[in-house]
Ligand binder design. Sequence first.
Ligand SMILES: Cc1cc2nc3c(=O)[nH]c(=O)nc-3n(C[C@H](O)[C@H](O)[C@H](O)COP(=O)(O)OP(=O)(O)OC[C@H]3O[C@@H](n4cnc5c(N)ncnc54)[C@H](O)[C@@H]3O)c2cc1C
Length: 611
Amino acid sequence: MRRRKTVSMDADILVIGGGMGGCGATYESRYWGRDLKIVCVEKANIERSGAVAQGLYAINCYMGMHWNENQPEDHVRYARNDLMGLVREDLGYDIARHVDATVHKFEEWGLPIMRDPETGRYQREGKWQIMIHGESYKPIVAEAARKAASEIYNRIMVTHLLMDEARPNRVAGAVGFNVRTGEFYVFRAKAVIVAAGGASHIFKPRAVGEGMGRTWYAPWSSASAYALPILAGAKMTQMENRIVLTRFKDGYGPVGAYFLHLKTYTQNAYGQDYEAFWRDSIEKMVGDYVNHHPVPTCLRNHALLEEVKAGRGPIRMVTKEAFQDPHKETVGWENFLGMTIGQAVVWASQNIDPKEINPELTTSEPYVMGSHATCSGAWASGPEDCAPADYQWGYNRMMTVEGLFGAGDAIGGSAHKFSSGSFTEGRIAGKAAVRYVNEIGREPPAVSEAECEELKTIVYKPLENYRIGRNEIVAGTVSPSYLLPLHGLQRLEKIMDEYVGGISAYYTTNEPLLTRGLELLGMLKEDLAHLGSEDLHQLQRAWELHHRVLASECVTQHTLFRTETRWPGYYYRADHPKLDDQDWHCFTLSRYDRHSGKWAMEKAPVYHIID
Ligand SMILES: Cc1cc2nc3c(=O)[nH]c(=O)nc-3n(C[C@H](O)[C@H](O)[C@H](O)COP(=O)(O)OP(=O)(O)OC[C@H]3O[C@@H](n4cnc5c(N)ncnc54)[C@H](O)[C@@H]3O)c2cc1C
């Protein structure tokens, strides 16, 4: 086996993932920890990495407190309603009260924010959204992190967290490899902040074959934010709460600016407003939630799905009226050019001019994330001043593993953070991690040499499998002795799609399906020991697959545990088709034991701290 160089590094605070949460964590850690060594590790390049890589057209979480537009309490009520009653109100409140300051920093750093010419305030797209010229949003945010960090390591994929030899439930750092040079990296750290984004490509996407790789959430969001803490024994929450998005068909173009700013609306193939048709039947499933304003996102998805099932699809966005106004037409196109150029290209290729034709909408495959209209992720300690005792075990945003913090998609229970909220949560986690290091984490953790060596062998195993196995086949990609990462990914997506409620099952599952899905995932996990990677790029794909599979198993366990249908439109438990507030007005928690491979499930109370 080829020997690979090991590069060892000590840090006070290690930030994993340099997206919105990671940049926020790096920036704020420096502010509070002037003398600390703050290292950020990123598998791509923070300049253009993460879900904001290609820019955004709106910042979706901004209160506007200094103009008295909204208060943090209002945002908590909004998120709680959208998530059908289940959010960590302490975490959401904590972000909402700080998010405006973050946005003001973005503007100071050069992000152009549109202004309302009449009021001089930020141009609102909706109650919570403000409009930006955001093609360069990520480079602007990355610059702040770059200037704050002691060192940024780009192109390093983190594969595992390290644990302290002396204190078994304390994190000690992480290992990974450079995806360009192949060097092995060992980072020893007193505190670790995981901000490695959400998970796409765990359910089979609508676009396969020619369109594979086209997904709504970033294809490089590969579930590391979940797999790393899960393997370290951190408790996860609400992993069943996957999200399904209603988007423009085939390009996943966002609809927010269309609904909110351009005031477009949807109708069925026969020009009818269909949402009202389904109100009564939805009320029978979920009770009064359907009468709340705004109607929760999942319930609007549900109405669309039912309408299509009733044979009155496709559903279209009525753009023809709005696009007669030249200003709105410009906004409609710019919305895509600054954020989802692919949708403009798809429309051009399909002869769709939204001024002449009302474009089709469809629902996406499910994704797992913690920062959008959904709240999967790690179970984290809350803010000292407002978190109920059950939600506090030390430092803000610390997971149930000592010294391990998280932000953005990584942290569960707190939806509707979006880009600005994820950066804000990174700042909150960074500040708390500095306190942890200064107060009780001063001593560097003990890292076992033997563990690092063992992990090194494990990490490069797919290269070895391929090197040995490739001579057994003359040509082609199917081998008797190894599995390519792409094949493994397709198998994963098929299992999740068919058994755990993906698109081909109309998002529907039940106990027998989930049980069988877990068996099949178990077999896939066994086969992952035989992954074969021809080069470093494929080695990265192999480890992304490992992370996706573990996160998928967690999603399946949670879906099995919650015996109700809480979010119709996101997924359905056909054997428990109704919302059940009596038994399930609670969070679901899981803990994985990496030695036995077993999952322990429990419930945790939901406290409503805002009236
Ligand atoms: C299509 C789309 C549209 C959106 N629209 C809006 C919008 O209009 N307004 C808005 O405010 N928000 C929007 N969002 C939401 C926003 O982008 C996310 O909320 C935010 O980026 C989440 O921050 P994060 O730090 O958790 O993840 P990310 O920003 O995705 O960062 C994760 C980082 O971790 C890195 N990483 C992953 N795995 C590893 C690993 N193993 N080792 C090292 N590094 C790793 C990734 O490369 C990435 O840089 C949108 C998101 C998407 C996908």
